[in-house]
Write a protein that binds this ligand. Sequence first.
Ligand code: NDP
Length: 434
Amino acid sequence: ELRNAHEPEFLQAVYEVAESIIPFSEKNSKYKVNKILERIAEPERVIIFRVPWLNDKGEVEINRGFRVQMNSAIGPYKGGLRFHPSVTLSVLKFLAFEQVFKNSLTGLPMGGGKGGSDFDPKGKSDAEVMKFCQSFMTELYRHVGADIDVPAGDIGVGAREIGFLFGQYKRIRGEFTGVLTGKGFEWGGSLIRPEATGYGVVYFVEEMLKLKGDSLKGKNVVISGSGNVAQYTAEKCIEVGAKVLTLSDSEGFVYDPEGIDTEKLKFIMDLKNNRRGRIKEYADKYNCQFFAGEKPWGIKCDIAFPNATQNEVNEKDAQILVDNGCFCVAEGANMPSTPEAIHVFEKAKILYAPGKAANAGGVAVSGLEMSQNSLRYSWDREKIDVKLKVIIAQIHQACVKYGKEDDGYVNYGKGANIAGFVKVADAMIAQGIV
Ligand code: NDP
């Protein structure tokens, strides 16, 4: 704790996992004797570097770049890059830590890592984003590789950024390899990768509801965010017959009581992905309410998807959701609920799917992108979608196996932590004290 005293997000993520793992290790002494929890919480390596670039006015700008290589016990480091002004070492260490468990849960051979920069792509020209990405990769290239560390996208890093990063890596190394995932389909990307995280979250909810003999059809859902994960969560919710009431961005949320349908979602995708505009425009166009500076948790719903960022649901928000009859919360974002919020969900015994289980579909399909790159082959949409569904169903099963409590309540948080931990911990023990 002292060693990481200045890293609140990282400590939060470790405490959340420790709550499940300490009692589990007490009963399974090999994990305790080998100090797996202590070892797993220390990154194998952290790289911090200067990223200088020239803006359109010809001025020098300096950002800080990071790559946290957290754990390689079960495969090469794997995890996204985040470009956002709020990026700190603490944020990236929490994300890398969560990634280790998530990647393990997918059943694919991937270790955990995360990286990024405090660079803000908002308001920057394409040329500026390209120059930044090229400078970032000019240092990062020496630390990554198809069998070493394979970054992907995250907040602020989408198809455009992955393209610029990949181009620079290829230019420096002179080789075309699967060093990044989330690539364009024409140059080594996988079908379904853009959709995978959002679709996967909805598949996870379908699994949880199936266990209760229920489904998403006719359910009212509230979604935060309007980026990659939020858009495809909305698309799949609409497809399975749920009503999407809200979407948001960092300026506020829109509430459409009639539901955001396919046509309206198309408008949002164009607004966010091509025009890089603000969600408020939706309210103006479709004549509905925009709540400036607010989060959507006060809107009455059956199911909530926090799909924007960490700590966006606090204890009060959680209580409002529960009081309004929300019976399922599935995290598309990483660690969007504070520890106090999670306790509210667990106390109310509602269905609560933690990010490391519910949003694992993205990295799962990234793993499939790596497999296709190694095979020098592309699978069709249907095959990948089926694989995604199977992986999500297996993660769900693993959560039930380790998370079912005596009264039958499934504590998905505990289940995901233990199931993710066991595979990595056993590999670490087998590989010795390294
Ligand atoms: P995007 O950059 O595509 O979208 C992020 C969305 O969240 C935007 O609507 C953004 O609003 C909003 N947002 C970001 N930061 C904040 C903030 N500090 N306060 C309020 N709103 C904010 O990112 P993704 O959709 O890829 O990622 C969303 C979440 O999902 C993250 O937690 C990420 O780690 C997680 N995730 C993503 C995966 C993926 O495959 N992309 C995989 C697994 C998890 P604005 O435009 O105003 O900034």
